[in-house]
Design a protein around this ligand. Structure first.
Ligand SMILES: O=c1ccn([C@@H]2O[C@H](COP(=O)(O)OP(=O)(O)O[C@H]3O[C@H](CO)[C@@H](O)[C@H](O)[C@H]3O)[C@@H](O)[C@H]2O)c(=O)[nH]1
Ligand SMILES: [Mn+2]
Length: 830
């Protein structure tokens, strides 16, 4: 693929309006001065250079201004606390092991032996908890932050690389097209030279409505993008922007701005109503045949549909002058029941190939359909990281943390993950680097193609052998000539300023060829090339492969946050998502891409490998945590004990551990400026998720490994939440933070666990009152365990008596009841 002759001006459109600190300023009319007075970070002033000059200047980075800084974050006090908890865990283990040995030799000083197998089970579980604690400690031990300085990009005089932006959507019902449209608009309006951006939307739902919505959005973008750039709009997803009043956004009434604002708001409302009123049937039957390809298309069985909704390269758009709006392409890849489509990973691979034959940008950004760009300068911040290291191997990709808009107050479903990112995210950023999170990530195309970093020995070896032959490339990338050519230039780093010579529409046939569902057969796609198949969490797996190739990666954390997405609310949606994640990561553990193997045989660093285990073992934690959670009720029902008595000196160890651990966790929430309520919600959700989603994920993967079932990607429902964070998202819901239920099997184990604990506390209390304490019987420890668990499972206690979606369905109660009966029978049999 050749390079387009540069015409200099077309890549600079709109960027003269960029200014970095503008969002912090009060929006008074004097701040709406012609923006050219602000320094442009995009090197607009530099004269166009020859191609080789540009390549050289982008590649050589010696003695250049620093675009990024890696800042170590001190955490001495936390490290001491880490060690304190570890010490207590080890003391608990030692004490337990000692008393078990004691029991064996002589019955522990005349006392009747407590339940030996309970103590043994407890020992195994506690050993596991210690292991998990060590994994976490490793992950959080040495955090770093990356500061980015996009205002310095202009000083460097480098050309910015082109970026292909990918959006995936899979179901117009669960993911309303208006949501996708907002995401796309926020991307089209990024502060970046429009000629270097192209947006590709993959629609696994094969929906004419989605296609229509995007076509309408492309039209709307012609108004929206200039408006955003003219008035330096801070958040460029229209639904967020128009949720506030214009007066709040300008300190003084600026007549022109007011006029523009009102006009744009009207236009946006019209757009939304067109999208919401569009229906599949009438669209496909339209006389002009624009959506004829969707006639009779079954989402599981249809040929590829590609529509170029906006083409910057077409003759007509060139003639019309540069309007600063990037290209937009709609793709619904071919599906057939005979070929596995590999869910999101499959969609990402098709996007990668289609964009390779169309625009072949060296950088690729991918976001989920509900994740809009919240910071219009995000691409510039990302470039600080991608171009800012002397050795590019330090930044294989730049991942922004998943943050949420319209998030419910105090995180009732424990899925906003703020503390996880602040503690663990920054922590792994200090190891080999941030995990790939599936959305909000800037990738290098060549890294996705499986290229190792330049410094690694593989490359030196390749240099000796010479560049790969056409045959080798064909084996890797498939038979498309265009794709092989573009991949060759990508791998050799030649496409810093990639641009196709022809307009996009003239390459549709090539694009269709590479999106066929049989294209990948016999190639490396889904293995060594592209997004990796074989796990529901294709993101973790793909990121792991990149780390295993020897790349380091960075955390992209600008202020304001780079992207915002939606977090599921309600019991069923949250637990389904947790179950999918836990299933996916366990699939990785059981596969040949297991991090331990990659650590031994490839370049995955040891501590990074341990860090991957923090999430990879989610589902494996379930059986241990369930066992431990059942020990308390077992002892109360069977009149046994698994913890030391108050009178014994060993009693202080679990007490100190319980207190220290909870104070530690609580302080983490305080440190992240969250509420006590948020801490409690997350604490209890941890118990709920572990006994429901993780446990079912564990069983699912066991069944899959035995060949008895398949794992399926269940798409999360997205609602257009109100962007205010006052906790009343999901209007219409009486109490959106309250736990809801459905008949799904995930609710059976926690329901049973709740009932078992309530019954155990009742039986234990009754026995203590009537019979009094018996030696070897339960003590304070067992009661506290059960009581605490009942508090954690309180949403289920309420669910037992709740009505409608707030109540646990009878089918679930019945199944849980059978489990409880079996357990009680087991406990009281002896
Ligand atoms: O067959 C499919 C299934 C899903 N998707 C898309 O994948 C994205 C993520 O799906 P979602 O239901 O929103 O899942 P989440 O759990 O919210 O996603 C998180 O977890 C996933 C891995 O489980 C990652 O892929 C995502 O990037 C990450 O945001 C969405 O854009 C979907 O449209 C497809 O394109 N095709
Ligand atoms: Mn999502």
């Amino acid at each position: 693929m050749g390079l387009r002759p540069r015409n200099g001006t077309s890549w600079l459109c709109g960027c003269e309006r960029l200014s970095l600190s503008i969002y912090d300023r009060p929006r008074t009319p004097e701040h709406l001065v012609p923006s050219s007075v602000f320094a442009c970070p995009l090197a607009c002033a530099t004269e166009p250079k020859t191609k080789s000059d540009q390549v050289r200047s982008a590649m050589s980075s010696a003695k250049k201004v620093q675009l990024q800084e890696r800042v170590r974050l001190p955490r001495t006090a936390w490290k001491l606390a880490d060690l304190a908890v570890l010490f207590l865990l080890l003391a608990l283990l030692a004490r337990r092991a000692a008393s078990l040995l004691d029991l064996r030799v002589g019955g522990g000083g005349g006392m009747p032996p407590p339940c030996t197998w309970c103590w043994l089970a407890a020992l195994v579980c506690e050993a596991w908890f210690t292991f998990v604690w060590l994994l976490n400690m490793n992950g959080k031990w040495s955090p770093v932050r990356f500061d980015t300085h996009p205002e310095r990009l202009s000083e460097r005089g480098d050309e910015l690389p082109a970026v292909d932006m990918f959006v995936t959507t899979a179901d117009p019902k669960l993911e309303p097209p208006a949501v996708t449209v907002n995401t796309v608009l926020s991307l089209l309006a990024l502060d970046y030279p429009a000629g270097k951006l192209a947006c590709y939307v993959s629609d696994d739902g094969c929906s004419a409505v989605t296609c229509y919505a995007l076509r309408e959005a492309a039209g709307f973008a012609k108004l929206w993008v200039p408006f955003c750039k003219k008035h330096m709009v801070a958040v460029r997803a229209p639904f967020v922007y128009f949720s506030g009043a214009p007066v709040e956004r300008t300190a003084a009434a600026d007549a022109e701005f007011q006029r523009d604002w009102t006009f744009m708001k009207k236009e946006y409302e019209k757009l939304v109503s067109r999208i919401e009123n569009a229906d599949e049937e009438s669209l496909v039957r339209r006389g002009d045949g624009e959506f004829a390809e969707f006639v009779g298309a079954d989402r599981r069985n249809h040929p590829t549909i590609i529509k170029v909704l906006r083409d910057r390269r077409s003759k007509s758009s060139e003639a019309a002058g540069d309007d600063g709006i990037p290209s937009l392409v709609y793709i619904s890849r071919e599906k057939s029941p005979r070929h596995h489509h590999h869910f999101k990973a499959g969609a990402m691979n098709v996007l990668t190939r289609v964009s390779a034959v169309l625009t072949n940008a060296p950088i690729m950004l991918n976001v989920d359909c509900d994740m809009f760009a919240n910071n219009p300068q995000v691409a510039l911040h990302a470039m600080c990281l991608l171009l800012g290291f002397d050795d590019e191997s330090h930044c294989g990709f730049a991942q922004a943390p998943q943050k949420f808009y319209g998030a419910l107050k105090d995180d009732p479903f424990g899925n906003q993950m703020q503390v996880v990112y602040e503690k663990f995210g920054f922590g792994i950023a200090g190891l080999q680097g941030m995990f790939y999170g599936g959305t909000g990530c800037f990738h290098r195309r060549k890294v996705i193609y499986g290229a190792p970093p330049d410094s690694s020995t593989d490359v030196q070896l390749r240099r000796v052998i010479g560049s790969p032959s056409y045959k080798e490339l064909q084996k890797k990338f498939g038979t498309s000539k265009e794709l092989i050519e573009s991949a060759r230039s990508t791998m050799s780093g030649d496409t810093v300023f990639a641009a196709a010579t022809l307009d996009l529409s003239s390459r549709i046939e090539e694009a269709k060829e590479v999106s066929a569902c049989s294209y990948e057969a016999g190639t490396c796609w889904g293995q060594e090339v592209g997004w990796v198949y074989g796990s529901m969490t294709e993101d973790v797996l793909t990121g792991q492969r990149i780390h295993a190739a020897g790349w380091r990666t960075v955390l992209l954390n600008p202020d304001p946050p780079a992207f915002l997405g939606g977090a599921p609310t309600g019991g069923p949606a949250s637990l389904t998502q947790y179950k999918r994640w836990a299933t996916g990561v366990l699939e990785i553990i059981f596969s040949r891409n297991n991090p331990v193997l990659l650590c031994i045989s490839k370049h995955l660093e040891f501590r990074q490998c341990l860090a991957y285990h923090v999430i990879d073992v989610w589902a494996l934690r379930a059986p241990f945590e369930m066992c431990y959670a059942l020990l308390g009720p077992y002892c109360l029902l069977a009149n046994r004990s698994f913890l030391p008595k108050v009178s014994e000196p060993g009693f202080l160890i679990p007490v100190a551990l319980f207190l220290t651990y909870n104070v530690y966790n609580f302080s983490e929430y305080m440190d992240s400026r969250l509420s006590a309520r948020a801490w409690w919600n997350n604490h209890r959700m941890q118990r709920i998720v572990s006994s429901s989603a993780w446990l079912l994920a564990f069983l699912t993967v066991v069944l899959k490994t035995l060949g008895l079932s398949e794992t399926v990607f269940e798409v999360t429902r997205k609602e257009q939440q109100s962007p205010s964070s006052d906790g009343d998202a999901g209007a219409g819901d009486a109490d959106p933070g309250r736990f809801t239920f459905d008949a799904s099997p995930v609710f059976v184990p926690p329901t049973a666990l709740t009932v078992v604990n309530v019954v155990a506390v009742a039986v234990g209390a009754w026995r203590a009152a009537v019979v009094g304490a018996v030696p070897g019987g339960p003590g304070v420890g067992e009661f506290v365990c059960c009581g605490w668990l009942v508090l954690c499972l309180w949403p289920f206690v309420r669910g037992l008596v709740g009505m409608g979606s707030y109540g646990i369905p009878w089918s679930v109660k019945l199944k849980a009841g059978l489990l409880v009966a079996a357990f009680v029978h087991l406990c009281t049999r002896t």
